[in-house]
Design a protein around this ligand. Structure first.
Ligand SMILES: NC(=O)c1ccc[n+]([C@@H]2O[C@H](COP(=O)([O-])OP(=O)(O)OC[C@H]3O[C@@H](n4cnc5c(N)ncnc54)[C@H](OP(=O)(O)O)[C@@H]3O)[C@@H](O)[C@H]2O)c1
Length: 288
């Protein structure tokens, strides 16, 4: 039976695009609203809204009355200098709180996308019950967003993810590695910054599964089961796209002087045991 109206925020973003695309492939939703801000959303009925404008967001929610919301929109490091503290606060914290509260008041399903950036890095893996301890403003804004969702909407699902990759379109990590091997941009990929990268399509499918399963609430880890450094990830992604990675510059976080989480290994086993969507390793995905 169709589940009503689905709102996908950030539907022009890297993840949101795939969520909207897959949502449209099924007959589960009567209507799909794809929200974005400056760029057009490619699937679903496009609705433009600046999430930093609380009145605009409230009016949008009251007008379309979604039965479920998948909140992928965020101010992210991909925005460069536009990622100000004000923008982080307005979108990642305040708009997230508005969406979570609206969903709770209207008994709409709320699925919030968070990040492994809520942690500062340590030797052991992080589980769903580990308390966020961010070390930079972006991570702090995602941690604050999570805390507000938990407080305002305990029935919500909070889905933490990690470095997203894919081919359709090409992910920002591959694009950056490609520019580096071609000598078109400076920099290096760190060999001591470990993550659990995940295929964007697996995350999109898992978010849609969570949206359909109100019995699943609390924290979920939508990450891959394989641990790679940013450098190893760059090599794997270039190889997947048939590009020689010889000359890919390697670097070291500790030598860079930057304050960045080094080893953020996220355990997905408890989440995986509750989902039918498989969060595949990069070896499994790129072997296809
Ligand atoms: N990409 C990763 O590797 C990664 C890793 C961990 C977690 N995540 C999380 O995954 C989610 C999706 O990330 P992504 O990489 O797909 O993001 P992205 O490509 O940077 O897209 C961000 C989206 O948010 C929208 N947005 C930003 N500011 C807005 C505003 N003021 N009003 C309305 N919309 C606004 C953008 O709209 P416009 O395009 O219209 O500007 C865009 O659709 C985020 O919650 C992020 O924290 C991502």
């Amino acid at each position: 039976m169709p589940m009503g109206r689905l709102l996908i925020t950030g539907a022009s973003g890297y993840l949101g695009q795939r969520v909207a695309y897959f949502a449209q492939q099924t007959t589960i939703w009567n209507k799909i609203y794809s929200q974005s801000w400056r760029n057009p959303a490619l699937a679903g009925e496009h609705v433009a809204c600046d999430l930093a404008n609380q009145a605009q967001l409230q009016a949008l929610l009251d007008r379309i009355q979604p039965n479920a919301i998948i909140h992928t929109a965020a101010v992210t490091p991909a925005m460069g200098a536009a990622m100000t503290n004000e923008a982080l606060w307005a979108v990642n914290v305040q708009a997230t709180a508005t969406l979570a509260a609206w969903a709770a008041q209207h008994e709409a399903r709320f699925v919030h996308v968070s990040s492994d950036a809520v942690w500062g890095g340590r030797d052991t893996a992080y589980t769903e019950s580990d308390v966020p301890a961010p070390i930079h403003p972006y991570g702090a804004s995602k941690a604050a967003g999570e805390a507000l969702v938990e407080a305002l909407n305990p029935a919500a699902a909070i889905a933490r993810t990690s470095l997203l990759y894919g081919q359709n379109p090409l992910d920002p990590n591959t694009t950056m590695a490609l520019a580096m091997v071609r000598g078109e941009r400076d920099g290096a990929l760190f060999t001591d910054e470990m993550r659990c990268p995940v295929f964007v399509e697996d995350v999109a499918q898992a978010l849609l599964e969570l949206a359909q399963q109100p019995r699943l609430y609390g924290i979920f880890h939508l990450v891959g089961p394989q641990i790679l450094s940013r450098f190893e990830l760059g090599q794997a992604l270039l190889a997947w796209n048939g590009i020689d990675s010889t000359g890919l510059p390697a670097g070291n976080t500790s030598a860079s002087g930057l304050r960045r989480p080094s080893r953020v290994v996220v355990d997905n086993r408890a989440t995986q045991s509750q989902l039918s969507t498989i969060l595949r390793s990069i070896d499994d995905v790129t072997r296809r």
